[in-house]
Design a protein around this ligand. Structure first.
Ligand SMILES: [Zn+2]
Ligand SMILES: [Zn+2]
Ligand SMILES: [Zn+2]
Length: 316
C-alpha cells in the first residue's frame, strides 16, 4: 500500500491492518493527524503496485501506433501518410488526386492513432490500469482511493494506556505475595477480632500499603523499568513478612496485610527502610502511604470492615 505504520507492524501480525487502527480511531484511542498522501489501490487486492497502459478504445488491444493521417478534400478519404507517399509527392490512393497544398487539397485530421489489431482509427487511446500483484485490470476510476495520515494518540488514549499499564504494574505484586480474596481476608480479620476480645494474647496488626504514584513512575521510567522497580519492592516487602501473614489486594491498588501474633510496632519502619534502600536515584521516587493498626488500638464495636475503613481514611 506504499505506506505502513511501524507501530502496527510491531503490534499486529498483518502489516496493513487498516481495520485495526481504524477501530482504535473509532474508540478514540488514536486520531488521524496530518494528511500525508492520497494513493490509488487495486480494486481487487488493495495493492498500490499498479501501472497504466494505453489501449485501443474499440478492442482493448495494446497494439496501437501513433501515425500521421491525411484527409483528401476531393474524395474525403482519410488514411495514414504512408498510403499517400509517392516519391516526393502526395497522391490520394482512392481518387489519385495530386495533393499539393495543405488546407486547400488536404488537411491533417485530429485522429492520431491506429489499432493494428482491429484497424480502428482514433484521437486518444483509452488508459487502463493493471495490478502487478494480482493481475486485475480495468478503468482507473474503479481504483480505490486511500488517504494516509499520521497518527496521534488522543488524551483519552494516553490515559487509557496509563491505566492499563498501572494494572500491569500492580499485578506484578502477584509474583511476590500469596493473596487471599477480600471476602476471605475480612472473614479471618473478623474472627481474629473476636478472638482478641476473648483473649488479649491473640494480638495482631493490620497494615495498609497504598502505592501513590504508579502513574508518575510509569510516565517517567516507562513500563518495563517500572515493572522492575515494583517487582523489587514487592520482593523486599515479602521478605519481611512471616509465613503466617495474610495478604490481600483490592481493586484500588491497595495492599492489605494481616499480621497475627504481632505485638511490637516497627514493621512500618522496616518497610520504609527497605523501600528507601532501593529507591531509584532519579528525581521521581516511589511514593507510598502505609499505616498500621494494632489490636490494642481497637475500639469496642470495631469489626473488620470498619477497621479497614479507619485505616484507609486517615491519610497522614
Ligand atoms: Zn483495436
Ligand atoms: Zn481522394
Ligand atoms: Zn490487485
Amino acid at each position: 500500500m506504499l505506506y505502513t505504520y511501524p507501530i502496527i507492524e510491531c503490534l499486529s501480525e498483518n502489516k496493513n491492518d487498516t481495520e485495526w487502527y481504524k477501530e482504535l480511531v473509532r474508540r478514540n484511542v488514536i486520531k488521524f493527524n496530518k494528511l500525508i498522501d492520497r494513493v490509488r489501490l487495486c480494486n481487487n487486492c488493495s495493492s498500490a503496485h499498479i501501472y497504466f497502459v494505453d489501449v485501443c478504445p474499440n478492442c482493448k488491444s495494446i497494439d496501437i501506433k501513433r501515425s500521421r493521417f491525411l484527409h483528401c478534400f476531393t474524395c474525403g478519404y482519410v488514411g495514414k501518410q504512408e498510403e499517400f507517399n509517392k516519391g516526393y509527392d502526395l497522391i490520394c490512393p482512392k481518387c489519385n488526386t495530386h495533393l499539393k497544398h495543405i488546407g486547400v487539397d488536404y488537411d491533417l485530421p485530429t485522429a492520431q492513432y491506429v489499432c493494428n489489431n482491429c484497424g480502428f482509427v482514433f484521437d486518444e487511446p483509452e488508459t487502463i490500469y493493471r495490478c502487478m500483484t494480482c493481475g486485475e485490470q480495468g478503468s482507473p476510476d474503479k481504483l480505490k482511493v486511500q488517504e494516509f495520515y499520521t497518527i496521534k494518540m488522543t488524551l483519552f488514549g494516553y490515559e487509557w494506556l496509563l491505566l492499563e499499564q498501572k494494572k500491569i504494574v500492580f499485578s506484578i505484586l502477584n509474583e511476590s505475595f500469596k493473596y487471599v480474596s477480600l471476602e476471605y481476608f475480612q472473614l479471618i480479620l473478623d474472627w481474629f477480632i473476636k478472638l482478641f476480645r476473648r483473649n488479649k494474647n491473640f494480638s495482631f496488626g493490620l497494615l495498609l500499603i497504598k502505592f501513590q504514584n504508579i502513574e508518575e513512575v510509569i510516565e517517567y521510567y516507562g513500563i518495563s523499568k517500572s515493572m522492575e522497580i515494583y517487582r523489587e519492592i514487592a520482593n523486599r516487602i515479602s521478605e519481611i513478612l512471616r509465613n503466617t501473614d495474610v495478604v490481600c489486594r483490592d481493586e484500588n491498588y491497595k495492599l492489605w496485610i494481616f499480621l497475627p501474633a504481632t505485638y511490637k510496632k516497627g514493621i512500618c519502619k522496616r518497610i520504609e527502610e527497605v523501600v528507601k534502600n532501593i529507591q531509584p536515584d532519579k528525581e521521581v521516587k516511589i511514593r507510598f502511604h502505609k499505616k498500621i493498626k494494632y489490636s490494642f488500638e481497637l475500639s469496642d464495636e470495631s469489626d473488620a470492615e470498619n477497621l479497614m475503613n479507619e485505616l484507609d481514611t486517615d491519610n497522614d
